[in-house]
Design a binder for this molecule. Sequence first.
Ligand SMILES: [Zn+2]
Length: 443
Amino acid sequence: MKKALEFMEELEKDVGMLASEIWSHPELGLEETFAVALYEEYFQKQGFCVSKVEELPTALIAEYGSGTPVLGVLGEYDALPGLWQSVSSREDGSEGKPGHGCGHNLLGAASAVACVAIKKYLEENQVPGTIRFYGCPAEELGKGKIQMDEHGLFNDLDACYTWHPGSWNAVTGSKLSALIKAEFFFTGRSAHAGAHPELGRSALDAVELMNVGANYLREHIPQGAKLHYVITNGGQAANIVPAEASVQYMVRAPRQASAHDVYERLLKVANGAAMMTETSVQVIKEKDNYDTLNNQVLEDLTDEVYRECGGITFSREECELAKALVESLPAEHYANARNVYKSPEGIYLDGEARGILGRGGSFGASSDVGQVSYRVPTVQCSAACFPLGVPLHTWQTTASAGSDFGIRGATYMAKIIARSLERLLEDDTGILQKARQEFLAER
Ligand SMILES: [Zn+2]
């Protein structure tokens, strides 16, 4: 009887094929038609049942098998604006073209191929179980998975795996923050700023006073919470009292409930600014994302799989490119990454990336994965695809995501996910029930 890792060996080249094709055709969130068509064709050829999601044309679900457990793997494929770059250490100038500066070409490819390995395992071993790939659009817009969840698409999962390309091999373990994004539109009264300022009511004054209030609020919000803002409209000309002005805010916090508390107080600050300036304010909430809920039971199992599989060894050429990318950035990036992540090795230092654990604490960023993690027990993983010290959303990450070392990291990740899912299918010690109990207690 063949095992999941043996199937993965046969499928290895598929990771590179899918990742490279999508890297070469970067598409922004909700526009990922090339990627979805590619995955649809791939899964159909592999004998999966493929379905689409109403109102979300660039989402896709591919399923194989029947009965329980029902195991899900999330994939993403959207790119970022203006980050186009060739696979080299030199910036080419993107001319506005999107690029895979977050490595979602790798993310989707590894997840998809892991699902195919499990399909082959189910087939070969004639055991009950369902494997499901979720093609989730528009992660960078924080949207796809939330809408998919609103359709109830994750409800019947027993466990869900996802991963993100990073600079180390480990169960992610750390939490992503909850995030609320809202825009505040103030409306006042225009007037000639020189001739009749007494007739004007400045919407820009309201924006500025709101920002002053928010900056005082910052001192009194819970540990780990953050406020960010940008002025999205500050008026047209200094000699016109602006009748309209707006500011966009983001509130982040370790748990969604505390993000809501801070947001409620921010609304008071906005109303106070409107009252002081005799303007009115309208608020449009654009995002309300959960933090991520970790699952220790599934993380422990996955950590064992990392240790069982060992790390990745990179070739000399791969290390040279990685080194050039790191050296194209200020030295602090690398020093800071080593300090923050306590990682003993960067990719290029000794040609290896070993498994490390980065559990606990909260990570400043946010993702729509949070919504899924509050629906089903979810594991987040990472594999070394980017050199340590190369920050996400840069041209250096785009180069890494298209490189041989990026694909090598993604292939390794597909193995870890496939082996972890196989462990869940083989398990007779009640791991999935324990994971569910923990999930229900922590939620
Ligand atoms: Zn990302």
